[in-house]
Write a protein that binds this ligand. Structure first.
Ligand code: ZN
Length: 246
């Protein structure tokens, strides 16, 4: 049975805003952005951890998180046997050419796949705000990890996303993890999480085949739409754009 594909099980409310907000920033621009954040006050920013220096997506992958020891997968494949919409280019073995373990968005290093033993079942684009990562092999349903250091901003359940968590990484950068089977014990808004820390188990809540819906989002959280007013960022576009300018 194809996972998470074909019948468009989840409608993503913020889908009309698809412009990529991610960008690779120079140290000077990062510093300027940092000053701007300070000048605006910290309301949209967790008190800590502060933004780390940008990880160059085209450079060597970061070492495993010192806190959790988790290292994202070295490669990511397109799921075999299914039509995957908005799929990036691959090699003959269906490995995504532009995949890297991490990407810097507004200076915040984030994992591109915050879970192991998955394949890409749907890319970002059209009405879809993030990446869908399905278990591969199918029977290996893994714990989902925080894609970067941050603070949990939302933890709840919706008809479309099922059980989901939204993490605030500072600098106006957020990640959403949806369709979880269950969240880790103690999960709550305001909880601080370290990159690689388990936040819940991949599932199919929201009425979908088992997969993780993982979205990198940027923008102003403090609007009536909250996280659903944020702009999705396609990590593969950010990596490709960075590679072009280097
Ligand atoms: Zn999805």
């Amino acid at each position: 049975m194809p996972a998470a594909e074909g019948r468009s099980p989840h409608i993503h409310p913020s889908s009309s805003r698809m412009a990529g907000g991610g960008e690779e920033v120079s140290p000077m621009r990062m510093a300027a952005a940092g000053l701007l954040v300070l000048a605006l006050g910290a309301c949209a920013t967790p008190a800590a951890p502060g933004p780390s220096p940008a990880a160059a997506p085209s450079g060597p992958p970061p070492a495993a998180s010192p806190v959790t020891g988790f290292q994202p997968p070295a490669a990511l494949h397109i799921c075999p046997g299914m039509r995957v919409s908005h799929a990036p280019e691959t090699d003959a073995a269906r490995r995504i050419l532009v995949y890297r373990r991490s990407v810097a968005v507004n200076g915040v290093p984030l994992m591109v796949s915050p879970v192991e033993e998955v394949c890409l079942s749907r890319g970002q684009g059209g009405r879809h705000e993030g990446l869908d990562l399905a278990p591969f092999p199918r029977t290996h349903v893994r714990m989902v990890r925080a894609g970067g250091d941050g603070v949990v901003r939302e933890f709840g359940e919706r008809h479309d996303f099922g059980i989901y968590v939204l993490i605030d990484h500072g600098n106006g950068v957020y990640t959403r993890y949806a369709h979880l089977a269950f969240a880790s014990p103690g999960m709550a808004a305001g909880r601080r999480v370290a990159a690689g820390e388990p936040i819940g188990q991949m599932g199919g809540t929201g009425g979908v085949p088992i997969h993780l819906h993982y979205a990198i989002l940027t923008g102003d959280y403090h609007t009536p739409a909250r996280s659903f007013g944020l702009t999705p960022v396609d990590p593969f576009e950010v990596i490709a754009r960075t590679a072009r300018v280097n």
